[in-house]
Write a protein that binds this ligand. Structure first.
Ligand code: PLP
Length: 426
């Protein structure tokens, strides 16, 4: 039976048998026991399913990955130790030295560095495109060696909304998959696979955990991309892997299983960015209430954005579901239930006003974090971007008085009262 999305948040991924634990068991074991070497050999040859070492796979993690896969409407999924690891693995599973990526320029700074600095050192090139560019410009960014297109459904911190259908169309016209980081809306508010994305990634550290408790990431494959139809582009999936006795992932595991099986059996084996089973257990507690929490984050974000927009000390507010926002049209299409609880706004008094405002907040804490049950905020000019002067900040599109506030699950009246008194103090 196919249950509703809300029911999947609570129960998908793990169904206990008679007399088994009701809650997901934490299998805190690095290794697994076998009766014969032959039994274990079958696992090493990918001839049988099972666990042998938690650097590659662990049952607790697989229960939780199966839940996120069900929520995204995917075919297969895996957990990683962080969102950074998820994006790196998703890209590196199909890229190698000499490959090229087309990526939206409006993405999280950590992912921008990963692609433009670290992966570049590995010989993977990138062309960044403005997510709002015309289709011709997007198509012109592709090269013979392009292997993937990457974007964020709602970008951190710019809050731009990705036109997933436009990006999927361009990716597919060039025979490559679209990878979408869906961290901010979560599958509660947007499921990229339904709009044509092939692979979805998450920093589960954010709303999925939702309590600032466990670092983690996830990769979900929609299972629709036909690797064999683009055999020459994806030799890692479509030609024999000598490190597994010559199996060909796309042949043996099909469209539904090839990507995640290769990512687990090669990248996890060799790079080992596995989430701990303890963290996976904590993540699952967050997932059980994701469908209840996200609407409250959205309600609080919308209320705070509307309050700030009419305040005389505020220069502008950036929140995609405000009618004044340039992404309002795309938000109505892709985010009919709202986006997330993150709002950014600029104070008229610049850096000094921002510092005074934040010092006077009582509920909202100053943190390098978003998507938590507790409201938190950050002034990039005095923290993440403090090496830049006001002119450099303006050139980067980050005014000195910009504040990012991640609205938590508190009562919106209390949040607004806190913000109002801190604005009065400026
Ligand atoms: C959209 C997005 N993707 C990926 C990451 C990286 O995730 P993590 O911090 O879990 O490594 C972040 C972190 O803020 C993010 O906001």
């Amino acid at each position: 039976m196919d249950y509703s999305f809300n029911t999947k948040c609570v129960q998908a991924g793990y169904t206990p048998g008679n007399g088994e634990p009701r809650q997901i068991p934490i299998i805190q074991s690095t290794t697994f026991k076998y009766d014969t070497s032959e039994d274990m050999g079958k696992l090493f040859d990918l001839e049988a399913e099972g666990y042998f070492y938690s650097r590659l796979q662990n049952p607790t993690n697989d229960y939780v990955a199966a839940k996120i896969t069900a929520l995204e409407g995917g075919a297969a999924g895996m957990l990683t130790s962080s969102g950074q690891a998820a994006n790196f693995f998703a890209l590196f599973n199909i890229c190698e030295a000499g490959s090229h990526i087309v990526a939206s320029s409006s993405i999280y700074g950590g992912t921008y560095n990963l692609i433009s600095v670290t992966m570049k050192k590995m010989g993977v090139d990138v062309t960044f495109v403005d997510p709002d560019c015309a289709e011709e410009e997007l198509n012109a960014a592709f090269q013979e060696n392009t292997k993937a297109v990457f974007g964020e459904s709602i970008a951190n911190p710019a809050l731009t909304v990705l036109d997933i259908e436009k990006f999927a169309k361009a990716a597919h016209a060039h025979g490559v998959p679209l990878i979408v980081d869906n961290t901010f809306p979560t599958p509660v508010n947007l499921r990229p696979i339904e709009w044509g994305a092939d692979i979805v990634t998450h920093s589960t550290t954010k709303y999925m955990d939702g309590h600032g408790a466990a670092l983690g990431g996830a990769i979900i494959d929609g299972g629709k991309f036909d690797w064999m139809a683009h055999k020459d582009k994806f030799p890692g999936l479509c030609t024999p892997d000598e490190s597994y006795h010559g199996i060909t992932y796309a042949e043996k595991f099909g469209k539904e299983g090839a990507f995640i099986t290769k990512c687990t059996s090669q990248l996890m084996r060799d790079l080992g960015c596995m989430q701990s089973p303890q963290s996976a257990f904590i993540l699952n507690l967050g997932l059980e209430s994701l469908h209840v929490r996200m609407p409250r984050h959205v309600e609080n974000g919308q209320a705070v954005a509307e309050f700030l927009e009419q305040h005389e000390k505020v220069a502008f507010v950036n929140y995609p579901t405000l009618p004044s926002n340039p992404y309002y049209g795309l938000a109505q299409k892709y985010l009919p239930k709202g986006g997330c609880g993150v709002v950014s706004f600029e104070l008229k008094g610049g850096r000094e006003a921002a510092e005074k405002f934040m010092k006077n907040l009582k509920l909202a804490a100053i943190e390098t974090h978003v998507a938590d049950a507790r409201t938190c905020c950050l002034n990039p000019a005095s923290s993440t971007h403090r090496q830049m002067n006001d002119e450099q900040l303006a050139a980067a599109g980050i005014p000195a008085g910009l504040i990012r506030i991640s609205c938590g699950l508190e009562d919106k009246a209390d949040l607004i009262a806190d913000i109002a008194q801190a604005l009065d103090a400026i």
